[in-house]
Design a protein. Sequence first.
Length: 408
Amino acid sequence: MTILPVLLTLLHLPVHQQRFFIRLMPLWQAVPGRINALNLSRYSGWNERTFRRWFSKALPWDTLHWGLLELLVQLGALDSGFVLCMDASFIPKSGIRTDGVGEFWNGSQSRSEQGLELSCLAVMSWAGRHVFPVSVVQTQPRQDKADRLIQYRDQLQALLAQRRSWFARHLKAVVADGQYAKVMFMDAICGEGYAFVTKLQSNADLLYPYAGENPKRRGGKRKWAGKVDFVNFAGWIAVPGKTDERVWTRVVWGPHFKRFFRIVVIENLDGRGRVKSHVVLCSTDTTMPAERIRALYSARFQLEFVFRDAKQFAGLTTCQLRKTQALGNHWNAAFFALSLGRADMLLEASGLQGRPVTSLVFSYEDIKRRAFNRLFAWRILSNLGLQARFAELEKHPSRPLNLGVKAA
């Protein structure tokens, strides 16, 4: 983990926090199995209560997330074009004394279940699809706070306002799935001057703008030429797509949203060429090309891979703490450890290529394996009084610290 000391120095964090993060993050990547206070104490020599005490405090995760992102841009590992992605993730949690336990949607089971939920805003580089979470907040149940969509909206507005100058230079669009296709999100995003790409219902209420001549008579002019039925695509523009689909695009009016959209309809065909389903994508920027809208929405799925890696390898779901502050610290630590691993690989690849990385094979499982090998080798050498020879292991041609690493 080469970028962490540099990052902490540039951020000018208090010395006691720097010492904690220097110890915590390599340990977080190295610990196998469940990541909680007890398991961290087994591999660090610190007492379990030390970790619990630290995680009960307010820690500067937002500063760390943004500092890492800005440092990668300054070092040339990332291009300057970014997309902001939004999504929520279900966290299983048993018991009744944990803050925020309630009924939340579990996408993997396609049903609501008892547990916790986090809302994540992540910045994705458009050139290489590299995703970095920048805001992770726990969603409170409806009986404790406002509706979850309002909580998502408040989190988004706070981030856009806090980082307005940075977004003005780098942000291209905001992308989210269909649950965010609401007036409150469109108003918040378009109010800041950004395009919003999302998914509408397959039977969305949309109207064709009337483009014909109006008869000379009293009364208002005709505005609409009829309702979009997603069956007859006369007058639509055909867009190149896959062999088993037809893609159409057109600018239409959304009465519920009170704004024009650039709509992209993707018809999925069966073996006989008949339509079996269709997907409706939209952008609040009516000048955005249909290919860009589809590419943006498809790229949004990269955030799901971040959730997968955080749950499988970074201990996102293994927290045994019960307070909102402690839960937030644990979740942010899991995402930050993931971002640090990606950042180190980006810096290594960009150093070899001499330019921003557009293609990167990233495996957090391999990062954990190397981190554990480093920890294990360091412990053996330190017990033998051979700490000075640890650098030889990192530079040895046989790469002993890569033992067990899979070929990604």
